[in-house]
Ligand binder design. Structure first.
Ligand code: C5P
Length: 297
């Protein structure tokens, strides 16, 4: 017997970052959109906890207990007095260390999968609480759709969207460490008074209306200068996507994946082809949004 859960990647259409807090985290106003690039997590009974991974980036995925999927299984088992004797297989399509919350997706997916396999029937509230303990982006991977994240990103308010948005994602040749990007943000803003992060009303209105042009005008990412500082080649990828007709071009989260908003599905295919041919990225993929969160298949 096994259970498979499909979990989406995310793009941040707004990532407003506040000053570093005493605990080292940053308060955020973080508008998440779940996009149609997925990892699939399959769990099945085993003698002991074991993690395996397949997919183009599999070699970069840790298979020990630092993997968020393993930590999710261990946390749920401990809370319910169970032994986490489970084989977790991650079929990975979300780029690793890419700024699209792939590791967070695996944590949320393993949690939902183990809950179904073990019949623990945890409440939505308990699942969200475990997700928040695993990482700032994990609750959103459970919820999907569109949401505003505040606090360190884990306090979610669900947002309604009035239509589909079409994206292209350009995967970079190497990854970026999220803590390193936040540290670079702190370094670049040393001595600068950083305002409280607040969600943009224009952006929320654009999402609610499904208005692609208004969304393109409103997207922002305060981590982009830090990501570009650590990975200057991304500027060329952003320029290629704009030249190919993207309505907006930005770094996804802490990067280095870059995100391009297209007018429609056909436009996205054209931009992806131009990016792939440009030699400024490893690969380019199209994906629509919003899409549901962790779902048992
Ligand atoms: O929450 P998560 O483990 O995904 O965060 C990874 C790292 O990113 C943190 O250790 C911290 O360095 C940085 N971070 C932050 N502020 C946030 C979220 C993450 O500084 N709101």
């Amino acid at each position: 017997m096994s259970v498979t859960v499909r979990v989406p990647a995310k793009v941040n259409v707004q990532l407003a970052v506040g000053a570093a807090r005493p605990d080292g985290f940053h308060d955020l106003a973080n508008v998440f959109l779940a996009v149609g690039l997925y990892d699939e997590i399959t769990v099945s009974p085993a003698d002991e906890l074991r993690v395996t991974c397949s997919g183009p980036d599999a070699a970069q995925v840790p298979l020990d207990r630092t993997n968020l999927a393993a930590r999710a299984a261990l946390t749920l088992a401990e809370r319910h007095g169970l032994d986490a004797a489970v084989h977790i297989h991650i079929a990975k399509d979300i780029p690793v260390a890419g700024g699209m919350a792939g590791g967070s997706a695996d944590g949320a997916g393993a949690l939902v999968a183990c809950d179904a396999l073990w019949g623990t029937r945890a409440s939505r509230e308990e699942l969200l609480g475990i997700c928040a303990g695993l990482g700032s982006d994990v609750p959103f991977a459970l919820v999907g759709g569109a949401a505003l994240g505040t606090g360190r990103g884990e306090k979610l308010t669900v947002l309604e969207t009035g239509g589909a948005f079409h994206w292209v994602f350009a995967m970079a040749a190497r990854g970026l460490s999220t803590p390193a990007v936040f540290r670079e943000f702190d370094r670049l803003n040393d001595g600068v008074r950083i305002p409280e992060p607040v969600a943009s009303q224009d952006l929320l209105d654009a999402l609610a209306k499904g208005d692609t042009d208004a969304l393109a005008a409103a997207v922002s990412n305060d981590l982009q200068p830090a990501a570009l500082s650590l990975f200057p080649e991304l500027a060329a990828t952003l320029a290629e996507g704009r030249a190919a007709g993207a309505l907006a071009a930005l770094v996804s989260g802490s990067g280095p994946t870059t995100a391009f908003l297209a007018r429609d599905a056909a436009g996205a295919v054209r931009i992806a082809e131009a990016l792939a041919a440009s030699g400024t990225c490893r690969t380019a993929r199209v994906a629509a949004s919003p899409t549901p969160g962790a779902t048992v298949l």
